[in-house]
Ligand binder design. Structure first.
Ligand code: NDP
Length: 369
């Protein structure tokens, strides 16, 4: 794409705006009507709890089936998302900007005293708009934070499926392409299979909804996590058998650590007596799990995620740094987040946290960090 075409594509066409809005309307409607497990969220400071309808997997599979039928009937092209990539990116960016300003304005006006809707205002516009004013704003009964992260994760898979179709049509599908797309698809499907685990993550329990999260969920996740897919569309990589096997191994180990750690924490929060790796858990102060992955490092789940991120880039070989954007970004984000989470936990758990740090001195990677 030359510069002129790129600049023109930055102004979204009505088609891409309609495509984007139809996607949101589908998710909002189907998410409200499809059955799903109702999961209670974390207990908020005022003692209240939100409830989340975890029907993301069913919503996603239904959407893929509907799109598949549309493609089969030749109503839509399988490459439509890949073809409109830049336009969709700018449409989503403008939408995020708009939504975050609306969130800021409505948050300021809120008179609510509840933990979910009470406004947190510093008076610094940039800070309040960026980090958000309310913890859990909602619209028409939909929890917006849960909705946006769902839209972003599904968007990533939809972009990838469209890129895969385009790469296949161009005759460029090979082992690298298959590995990258399979790993990402498994990651996203797994995310929705375990969607209820999301309800106890930092974003949901601690982060307010401002531009940072809206942009992160709607723009950053789908459009930058798929960079490798865009790159493989234009660049052919021939992996050796050894490299392909090593790549699968990194994915597999990363997945075990990532999913295992997140699952252990989730199970522990629901039942502090549940067995961890077949043994009664080691618990500090009745609140913190110090066995299983949580006895190896205080954020083993981040280590697993970093290995997974690396496994999504390795199919692109090492000739370019561009496909390594995602692991690099995630590395910086998770180090920063680990520090913020550490400060939050230290304040929340006080001497119990100090005891945990003494017992489990490693933050993410034992003997290194
Ligand atoms: P965690 O799921 O690790 O949640 C941190 C919270 O868990 C803490 O604030 C504390 O909350 C609780 N906690 C911490 N240690 C313990 C313990 N030993 N026992 C019991 N509870 C504990 O962090 P995130 O929400 O940041 O991450 C969730 C997943 O999402 C991770 O796997 C991460 O890699 C992934 N992620 C991916 C991103 C991406 O862009 N791909 C971005 C961000 C995260 P409490 O007050 O409830 O006790």
């Amino acid at each position: 794409m030359d510069l002129e075409a790129l600049l023109a594509a930055l102004v979204p066409s009505w088609n891409s705006v309609i495509l984007l809005l139809s996607y949101f309307v589908y998710l909002a409607t189907i998410g409200s009507v499809l059955p799903g497990k109702i999961v209670p969220g974390a207990v908020l400071p005022d003692g209240s709890r939100l409830h989340y309808r975890c029907n993301g997997l069913a919503s996603l599979l239904l959407l893929i089936a509907l799109l598949g039928a549309g493609i089969y009937m030749k109503w839509i092209s399988s490459a439509v998302i890949a073809d409109k990539g830049v336009e969709l990116l700018s449409a989503t960016f403008i939408f995020s900007l708009f939504v975050s300003l609306v969130l800021y304005a409505t948050g300021l006006k809120s008179q609510s005293k509840s933990s979910s809707l009470r406004p947190h205002v510093t008076g610094d516009f940039v800070h309040d708009w960026w980090f958000g004013v309310q913890l859990n704003p909602h619209c028409l009964g939909i929890d917006l934070k849960f909705f946006f992260v769902r839209a972003g994760m599904m968007g990533w898979l939809l972009i990838n499926l469209s890129l895969l179709a385009k790469t296949y049509e161009a005759g460029n599908a090979n082992v690298s392409v298959i590995l990258y797309h399979t790993f990402c698809a498994l990651y996203v499907l797994d995310y929705f299979f375990y969607e209820e685990f999301m309800t106890s993550t930092w974003d949901i329990i601690a982060e307010r909804l401002g531009f940072m999260l809206v942009f992160g969920d709607l723009v950053f996740i789908p459009f930058t996590f798929s960079i490798q897919g865009w790159w493989l569309l234009k660049n052919k990589v021939e992996l050796t058998k050894t490299a392909a096997v090593a790549n699968c191994l990194v994915f597999f180990i990363g997945y075990q650590v990532f999913r295992g750690a997140n699952r252990q924490k989730h199970i522990f929060k629901k039942d502090p007596k549940a067995l961890i790796w077949g043994k009664p858990p080691k618990v500090i102060g009745g609140k913190l799990l110090a066995s299983g992955y949580w006895g190896i490092a205080r954020h083993c789940n981040y280590l697993g995620d970093l290995l997974l991120a690396l496994s999504f880039s390795l199919p692109c070989g090492i000739s370019s740094a561009i496909p390594y954007f995602y692991p690099t970004y995630l590395f910086i984000l998770l180090i920063w987040r680990e520090r913020r989470d550490e400060a939050r936990c230290s304040q929340k758990y006080k001497e119990i946290w100090t005891e945990y740090c003494r017992l489990v001195p490693w933050r993410i990677l034992p003997y290194v960090y």
